[in-house]
Design a protein around this ligand. Structure first.
Ligand code: C5P
Length: 224
């Protein structure tokens, strides 16, 4: 039996990019190393939670003691998240590709001299919004990320509402911040009560601080 402030809690985390195949050798993806999501999964396990990590393709090892589900596409991620529920906490740190091609080619698309290649795209499901706006089986805490370069807090506040999230971790991904692939992160925690500006921290520190907030949330609920 494991102790810790999140013992007995199931924490679901999405991490990494999704890859949307164009043909057998090419894909569409957003930038994401998975470092922040994986750090969150490790921090949850360190507090005693049962953790499910649904991850796209990343260059990181599977964290020890965590149930890791590997997927490639957004549709597979949505299915893996649905399969992993119920959860007490769901944290959506994945950089899900916004679009996928309507028809994946079974053979490699050939370069044609002078031709303009055409791709027909369709929007992927919003996995966070699907869980956040659930009326049944919604996790107690639904937490999203918002990677922004401008109006960071305003955008995060809007996403908190439209996606049905309790909290949004807004991260400033302006190129000067070096967030993508780097080890540091400058975030703002947007909740129903307002905005907390956090100093620039390592991704491990952001994860630990977020997890401490989550533990506090459950403790203060338990005491009232
Ligand atoms: O709208 P945007 O992509 O900026 O929202 C980011 C948040 O929504 C992140 O928490 C991300 O993991 C989640 N998301 C998702 N499914 C999508 C797009 C975004 O879960 N298709």
């Amino acid at each position: 039996a494991q102790g810790g402030p999140l013992a007995g809690k199931h924490v679901l985390v999405t991490s990494g990019p999704t890859h949307e195949p164009i043909d057998p050798v090419r894909y569409i993806a957003n930038r994401s190393s998975g470092k922040q999501g994986h750090a969150i999964a490790r921090a949850a396990a360190a507090l005693g939670a049962d953790v499910t990590l649904v991850t796209g393709p990343v260059a990181l090892a599977d964290p020890a003691g965590i149930n890791v589900v590997h997927i490639e596409t957004a549709q597979e991620m949505a299915q893996a998240v649905a399969n992993a529920l119920p959860a007490d906490v769901a944290i959506f740190a994945a950089a899900v590709a916004d679009w996928r091609t309507t028809a994946q080619k079974q053979a490699k698309i050939k370069k044609s001299a002078g031709g303009k290649p055409q791709l027909e795209l369709t929007e992927n499901p919003d996995i966070l919004a699907g869980v956040g706006n659930r009326t049944e089986g919604r996790p107690t805490l639904v937490i999203g990320f918002a990677a922004e370069t401008e109006n960071v807090v305003a955008e995060a506040t809007r996403k908190r509402q439209t996606k049905g999230a309790d909290w949004i971790v807004a991260n400033d991904v302006s190129p000067a911040r070096g967030v993508f692939g780097g080890d540091g992160n400058t975030v703002h925690l947007v909740t129903a009560h307002g905005v907390e500006d956090w100093p620039t921290l390592s991704k491990d520190e952001v994860a630990a601080r977020l997890m401490a907030h989550i533990a506090d949330h459950f403790n203060s609920k338990a005491s009232v």
